[in-house]
Design a protein around this ligand. Structure first.
Ligand code: SAM
Length: 194
């Protein structure tokens, strides 16, 4: 039987009390780029079932601030200092919650409902990345960071080029917890320059 890393990360998430195995992708990004610190103010787009929010809570602590957004509910009840909004990121309500607030980081693990048709999934995923980039440009403080998941495809280099006009550095990273055969990668924008 071949080695199945998804089983490893799934079991690890369960035993460590996280809502999903995807937490280890954010953890790997954070450890590699040293992004999250106590007291930071972070927006988590596509937060449900909530493992990234759980990790961000541990990293920023109660002196920080978290706004988590998803069209689906979280799998657990957040404490008072974490705001969860059940909304679509394309709504004007979400925009006004984020705009002009000087967030330290805006992260997106959003994914479309996949169809199995690679180009369709990529195009929908790219729309979510564009939206997260637009929100990052409206809401980040100077020097802030942006993370966005993309199902890879032909738009990747254009997205990276576009992000480069707003960040001092834009990296593409595939965390070890990414499932074998998955096309996903993460765009990471460092040091936002309005
Ligand atoms: C892979 S899951 C996120 C997992 C989450 N980061 C965690 O660790 O628990 C992707 C999420 O993106 C959300 N999503 C997709 N499109 C969205 C949209 N337009 N607005 C808000 N959330 C969206 C989905 O509802 C789904 O919960």
């Amino acid at each position: 039987m071949s080695y199945q890393p998804q089983d490893f990360y799934f079991r690890k998430a369960k035993s460590e009390g996280y809502a999903a195995r995807s937490v280890y992708k954010l953890k790997a990004i954070d450890e590699k780029y040293q992004l999250l610190r106590k007291g930071m103010q972070i927006v988590d787009l596509g937060a449900a079932p909530g493992s990234w929010t759980q990790y961000i809570m541990q990293r920023v602590g109660q002196s920080g601030k978290i706004l988590a957004i998803d069209i689906e509910p979280l799998a657990w009840r957040p404490p008072e200092w974490v705001r969860f909004e059940r909304s679509d990121v394309f709504s004007s309500e979400v925009e006004s919650l984020i705009e002009g607030k000087g967030w330290d980081g805006i992260v997106s693990d959003m994914a479309p409902r996949t169809t199995g048709v690679r180009i369709t999934d990529h195009t929908r995923s790219a729309e979510l990345v564009w939206r997260s980039l637009t929100l990052a440009r409206k809401g980040l403080r100077t020097g802030g960071f942006w993370i966005a998941k993309l199902l890879e495809g032909p738009t990747l280099s254009a997205l990276r080029q576009e992000a480069r006009t707003s960040f001092a550095r834009v990296e593409i990273y595939r965390p070890p917890a990414t499932r074998i055969g998955s096309t996903e990668c993460f765009l990471i924008g460092l040091s936002f320059q309005p």
